[in-house]
Design a binder for this molecule. Structure first.
Ligand code: SF4
Length: 447
């Protein structure tokens, strides 16, 4: 019997990636054979993003592109853009199913059995304007990346930052039930994952039946099965001393924090409706850097928010320069219909936005190089990925440093001590401390 192929593609954040993995599991149970995105397929599931206008444009382009190489493919669209841009997606030819956020993980259930899949004359819509508030369980457990499991613990956000579409796309904050998390942890541990990445929109707001984020982390710290627990992006207002002390004292929690700053100017932060000030943010990261040895510290910076004067931008540049971030994620402001910032005047010219973004991107490269250089001479534990590239095997250190070694063995899914001997802005290089197969005196490739 012919198999029915399905390909999945994710735009946007780690949480979307975790959800695409859950959808993939559901499709396999339904009899689909998963093929790589871009290959001829019978079904495309596109998990979209709505954070920028560009992400929406990309979604529409990918649908057209898929229909070019697979004209009979059934096209199912879900994710944030399916929630916020349903009306415009309905107008696009070739889409068979649009599933809003409320029903996202039920998408496989809305499809006919694999062998009965046919294109529809018009898109079927599964969409709820208001997303329910209750805590949740997940229908399937995901197949994650080979070595790191993405584990969704939370969804939605109630912070209402004035530029952000997420509260409209994903609804209010809600948490996954603790029992459901426990069940998935057992499955993932049995599958042999060494690291689990806790994902959500505003994970520091995790709360279920009296258990808050720190008590959840304490449970993870004791749970059998994983050597590493990593926290994905976390809002500054939800990081307190208790969390920093936990990260410092635990052998499993990775010394890594990604804490979005967005702007280094208090007036802009206020206009963004962010809950922190520059002073409170700096106090927090100074404390984090003192408390947690060799911390990997990343942040998000937005440029071109309405009203961002040259002085305001220089304030952002100064904070980003002065503090030892290990990397910067730089985003140009994108006006999102329905958000409060849409009404703000004083738009920034695209050329100025680009110039500011370029300055911060150059700083990002310098930050990465400085952080990688700081690792030279240190021995750090690295979780290795599958395969090799240009004779190198790559992995990720607990503080999120990307590390390459020359190898003659397969170290996939092993956590090994690596002494760092060299660095570029992309990567640090070294050799396994207790292994003579590697060559510490290697040339640094341009990766
Ligand atoms: S904290 Fe702000 S930026 Fe982050 S998801 Fe919530 S509303 Fe958006």
């Amino acid at each position: 019997m012919m198999t029915t192929r399905a390909s999945l593609h994710t735009l946007g954040c780690r949480l979307n990636q975790a959800e695409t993995s859950i959808l993939g599991e559901g499709l396999k149970r339904k009899g689909f054979e998963l093929v790589e995105f871009g290959q001829p397929t019978d079904l495309l599931v596109l998990n979209t993003c709505a954070v920028t206008e560009d992400a929406e444009r990309t979604s529409r382009y990918l649908i057209r592109k898929t229909l070019k190489h697979s004209p009979h493919a059934f096209i199912a669209v879900t994710g944030c853009y399916a929630q916020t841009g349903m009306e415009s997606l309905k107008q696009q030819a070739g889409i068979d199913l649009i599933v809003g956020h409320q029903f996202k993980l039920d998408l496989p259930a809305f499809l006919p059995p694999a062998h009965e899949l046919r294109k529809r004359p018009a898109a079927e819509i599964r969409h709820a304007k208001a997303i329910e508030r209750g805590d949740f369980e997940l229908p399937y457990f995901a197949e994650s990346e080979a070595t790191r499991a993405l584990l969704k613990i939370q969804d939605g956000c109630s912070a209402m930052c004035s530029f952000c579409i997420i509260p409209f796309a994903r609804g209010h904050e809600r948490s996954r039930t603790f029992e459901d998390i426990q069940r998935e942890v057992e499955v993932l541990a049995a599958r042999g994952y060494r690291e689990v990445v806790l994902t959500g929109v505003n994970i520091g707001q995790y709360a279920h039946q009296g258990r808050d984020f720190c008590s959840l982390l304490r449970w993870f710290d004791q749970a059998a099965g994983f050597e590493r627990i990593r926290i994905s992006s976390i809002e500054p207002t939800t990081v307190g001393e208790e969390l920093l002390d936990l990260l410092a004292s635990s052998k499993k929690l990775c010394p890594y924090l990604h804490i979005p700053l967005q702007s280094g100017d208090d007036q802009i932060l206020q206009a963004m409706n962010r809950r922190h000030t520059i002073k409170s943010y700096i106090k927090l990261i100074e404390k984090a850097l003192v408390t947690i040895p060799n911390l990997g510290l990343g942040t998000d910076l937005m440029v071109g928010f309405p009203g961002e004067t040259e002085t305001a931008f220089q304030n952002t540049l100064a904070v980003a320069t002065d503090f030892p971030f290990s990397y910067l994620h730089v985003f140009p402001y994108s006006s999102r219909p329905g958000t409060a910032a849409v009404r703000l005047k004083q738009r920034i010219l695209p050329a100025s936005i680009k110039k500011r973004a370029d300055l911060l991107l150059a700083l990002d490269r310098a930050k990465r190089l400085a952080f990688h250089n700081k690792q030279i001479g240190k021995t750090i534990s690295v979780l290795f990925e599958s395969g090799t590239r240009d004779g190198y095997s790559f992995g990720t250190a607990s503080n999120f440093t990307r590390v390459g070694i020359t190898v003659s063995g397969d170290f996939q899914n092993h956590i090994l001590p690596v002494t760092i001997t060299a660095a570029t802005d992309r990567c640090a290089f070294g050799h396994i401390t207790s292994d003579s197969q590697t060559n510490p005196a290697m040339a640094i490739p341009t990766l």
